[in-house]
Design a protein around this ligand. Structure first.
Ligand code: UD1
Ligand code: MG
Length: 402
């Protein structure tokens, strides 16, 4: 008993200490390296400021690297002892290595996107490819593709169903979703890094709760990733917070999404991971008409900066109602019916807000200062984590034997 708890806590504590180190290093490195990014033509213009300074972009590369280095240095910690005691746990080791390979691969592909500005269809393809090592190791180590049926459906389906290959498709799609969902809830200073930290901390809390259960190993595994991830991202947020000195880039969004998908899949809590993505799921569904081009989607949908009042306002898209497909008309009418969009008509054109959660918040609350807007969106994210825990613990009893 006692020895077991030591075995559980010592690597976590070492990981925690290393994470603090990673934070300190990242905080030092970012300001020193950011001008090099501008020199390499990796910069963006902050569209919500009056100045048009070059802001270094894709700094997620730095946190990605400090994260990976921390992980590489950490690898011997949980495995060191078995090296000289024999019975080396090859399956656990390969899990860790494959997880890092997937994350590393996503970091590379995200960086490629920042440098080359890839097309939409590639953004769907990249995470699928990067998740292959992960799925492979899942196949070799577990290959458990049965899902537990929720209580109300058991009469018809039985206790569990084996969904076979569908389970792998689901896991691949999870990676695609996590990576892109963070990337499209973006455009105000500090939001990408801020939401990612809240998701990461939610996962950490969940892991700590579950450490006392039978599946503690899976949650310990997840903590190995989440602690250094959170530490390095906090360092990034320090510079990405309003007014941004650096932008995180798609590199960061992909890297983050993949890290969450990896711990969710290998930790066997992918449904709970998705619960921490409630605002992102909403934003994705709400965005769908624009993402699938039922209504026009401009290159940037971030809110519009009004320099006169120093506040952010709704950004809009316009179209002729008659140009829409049947599906487009249906969806837009539903949104209008439920007051989910601002609708205006101007000389034959319909003008609506761009379909993002950010614009929706501005629609309801009116123009807001950029920093306030970020804070409100992050508070929504935190409230949704609260909701997620309610669903995961008290409510889940009605559907599963947990
Ligand atoms: C996604 C969104 C896009 C949004 C963009 C903002 C979709 C389908 N795509 O595109 O609507 O406009 O993110 O990140 O929803 N920027 C700022 N302030 C910020 C962050 C970014 O002005 O706080 C601007 C900068 O010019 C920066 C650029 O956004 O260079 C980065 O955009 P990028 O990440 O390339 O856009 P996408 O991820 O393709
Ligand atoms: Mg982006």
């Amino acid at each position: 008993e006692d020895k077991d708890s030591l075995k559980m806590w010592i690597p976590i504590i070492i990981n925690f200490v290393m994470s603090i180190g990673a934070y300190c290093v990242t905080v030092k490195v970012i300001p020193n390296i950011k001008d090099k990014f501008i020199k390499a033509n990796l910069f963006g213009i902050d569209m919500s400021k009056t100045t048009s300074d070059k802001i270094p972009e894709a700094l997620g590369m730095v946190t990605g690297c400090t994260f990976l280095i921390t992980m590489f240095l950490f690898i011997p910690v949980p495995f060191g002892k078995s090296l000289w005691e024999g019975d080396f746990p090859h399956n656990e080791f390969v899990e860790l290595i494959a997880a890092l390979l997937s994350i590393c691969c996503m970091l590379l592909l995200g960086f490629a996107d920042d440098v080359l500005d890839l097309l939409w269809r590639h953004k769907l393809l990249l995470p699928t490819i990067a998740s292959l090592p992960l799925l492979m190791v899942y196949y070799v180590n577990f290959n458990s593709t049965t899902i537990i049926v929720p209580k109300p459906l058991r009469e018809h389906l039985g206790l569990s169903v084996d969904i076979g290959i569908l389970y792998y498709i689901y896991m691949g799609m999870l990676a695609v979703f996590c990576t892109n969902a963070i990337n499209i809830l973006a455009g105000v200073n500090g939001l990408e890094a801020g939401q990612s930290i809240i998701i990461a901390i939610s996962i950490i809390i969940f892991n700590f709760i579950e450490l006392s259960g039978n599946l503690w190993k899976a949650h310990q595994f997840s903590l190995y990733f989440m602690l250094p991830y959170t530490a390095t991202t906090l360092a990034l947020l320090k510079y990405n917070w309003y007014p941004s000195k650096v932008f995180v880039g798609d590199t960061f969004c992909y890297f983050s999404g993949m890290t969450f998908a990896v711990v969710g899949i290998l930790g066997h809590f992918s449904k709970t991971t998705l619960l921490f993505f409630i605002p992102q799921i909403f934003n994705f569904l709400y965005s769908a008409p624009q993402l699938f081009r039922f209504i026009p989607c401009p290159r940037h949908r971030l809110p519009k900066f009004n320099s006169k009042i120093d506040k952010m306002e709704i950004s809009t898209t316009n179209f002729r109602y008659s140009d829409l497909s049947f599906l487009g008309k249906t969806v837009i009418n539903l949104f209008r019916l439920f007051r989910l969009i601002r609708w205006q008509e101007k000389n034959g054109y319909v003008v609506t807000n761009n379909l993002t959660l950010i614009n929706l918040v501005l629609y309801y609350l009116g123009p807001l200062h950029e920093q306030r807007l970020t804070i409100i969106l992050l508070v929504i994210q935190i409230l949704c984590t609260g909701l997620a825990f309610v669903i995961r613990y008290p409510l889940a009893h009605y559907f599963y034997d947990v």
